[in-house]
Design a protein around this ligand. Structure first.
Ligand SMILES: NC(=O)c1ccc[n+]([C@@H]2O[C@H](COP(=O)([O-])OP(=O)(O)OC[C@H]3O[C@@H](n4cnc5c(N)ncnc54)[C@H](O)[C@@H]3O)[C@@H](O)[C@H]2O)c1
Length: 359
């Protein structure tokens, strides 16, 4: 499997390690800033022999015209995902896109349509679906162990200060990122949507920029989500915690069983109980940071999907669902009203204009 990476920043280490662990041939890396490529190689700590064969590019179009990778992953600022992934697909190459899949519904729709037209395999990095804890919850769900679900909740309480936002100018902007719901909480929201099943019927949201006046978007969001299958869910996401990334919890409550995932990124089983069984031993997966261990199995699945010509574990449609949920929370927060189906042209840019209009 010949692999190439576009975007060599913070998360790129996880992509390169996932490619290496899965035994891919790493053909090329691309970044508009050559220092980022140097920095990536330093952070990886691979020896000279391991990196000397990797071709370096500053322009992804040039990389696509010269290289013949089987798959490319896109780890650039969120506002550039759609344009770059469309170019990768246009070159007939399979593409795995970092979350969020895009920042507007029309862009997500364009990606889905282009993947169909070109026949390439395309997916999204919601790698937490591969957490051992999440897989255990999913197994119980698919077994029917929960029975009918009544409610669910995701809470993401992390810490991001000025130094994080100063690392790159795109962070916290409406054009290229969004706030904590779109960036940090979208993994938990993806898990919530995946577990609850059904489609969103109504969303009521509130957002605040409480402690980070130097970003455009929110640092705190709360929402009530109602699904068309009757499940009621809540979302609470913030980057305002003092000191450290405190927790990411996902709770699922059914008539025959309940589970709570804990840890910093839903990587532990904190509580598990099903009818006829007392609470069992819980599970703790060791992780180095909140990105978790999921990129390795995600990349493996994606490569297998290419070979088998099947859909990957996390599809573009899954990415669109998570994007649409976050945009719906934003839309509700900005209009003050519950939202049913969000307007089809909605994107984070909508809210930049709204703020300007509102002064
Ligand atoms: N899955 C996860 O857990 C996870 C974790 C962190 C970040 N992310 C996502 O990954 C993406 C990147 O985040 P990051 O924190 O690594 O950002 P970053 O700013 O550290 O890195 C982005 C890199 O992309 C480069 N870049 C920008 N435009 C480019 C272009 N046109 N062509 C090539 N390179 C370009 C930048 O120079 C930079 O080196 C974001 O969309 C973010 O939401 C996902």
């Amino acid at each position: 499997m010949r692999y190439a990476l576009i975007g060599c920043g913070r998360v790129a280490v996880n992509h390169m390690n996932a490619a290496k662990t899965n035994g891919f041939e790493i053909a090329a890396v691309c970044d508009i800033d050559p220092n980022q490529i140097d920095s990536l190689f330093r952070r990886l700590g691979w020896d000279e022999a391991a990196v000397s064969g990797i071709n370096r590019y500053a322009c992804y179009e040039e990389m696509l015209s010269r290289e013949t990778p089987d798959f490319v992953s896109v780890a650039t600022p969120s506002g550039t995902h759609a344009e770059i992934a469309l170019a990768v697909m246009g070159a007939g190459v399979n593409v795995l896109i970092e979350k969020p899949v895009a920042l507007s519904l029309p862009d997500a729709d364009r990606l889905i349509a282009t993947a169909k037209q070109t026949g390439v395999t395309a997916g999204v990095c919601h790698q937490n679906r591969f957490n051992l804890s999440v897989q255990e919850m999913r197994r119980h769900l698919e077994n029917g162990d929960f029975g009918r679900l009544s409610n669910a909740a995701v809470t993401v309480r992390w810490s991001r200060g000025p130094e994080y936002y100063a690392q790159a100018p795109w962070r916290g902007t409406w054009a290229d990122d969004g706030g904590c719901l779109m960036n940090q909480c979208i993994h938990g929201i993806d898990l919530l949507l995946w577990m609850c099943g059904g489609d969103l019927k109504t969303v009521f949201g509130r957002t605040r920029r409480a402690f980070h006046p130097y970003i455009e978007a929110e640092d705190l969001g709360a929402a009530v989500l109602e699904f068309d299958n009757g499940v009621l869910a809540t979302v609470e996401g913030t980057v305002n915690v003092a000191g450290k990334d405190l927790e990411e919890h996902l709770t699922l409550i059914g008539e025959k069983g309940s589970m709570k995932l804990g840890g910093t990124s839903a990587n532990n089983v904190a509580y598990i109980a099903f009818d006829g069984e007392k609470e069992r031993n819980t599970l703790i997966e060791k992780t180095e940071n909140v990105y978790g261990n999921g990129h390795v199995p995600l990349f493996r699945d994606f490569a297998e999907a290419i070979v088998a010509k099947r859909a990957p574990y996390v599809t573009l449609e899954d990415g669109r669902k998570a994007l649409s949920a976050v945009l719906s929370i934003y839309y509700s927060a900005f209009t003050g009203q519950p939202v049913g189906a969000p307007p089809p042209d909605l994107g984070t840019a909508t809210f930049a204009e709204k703020e300007r209009e509102d002064g």
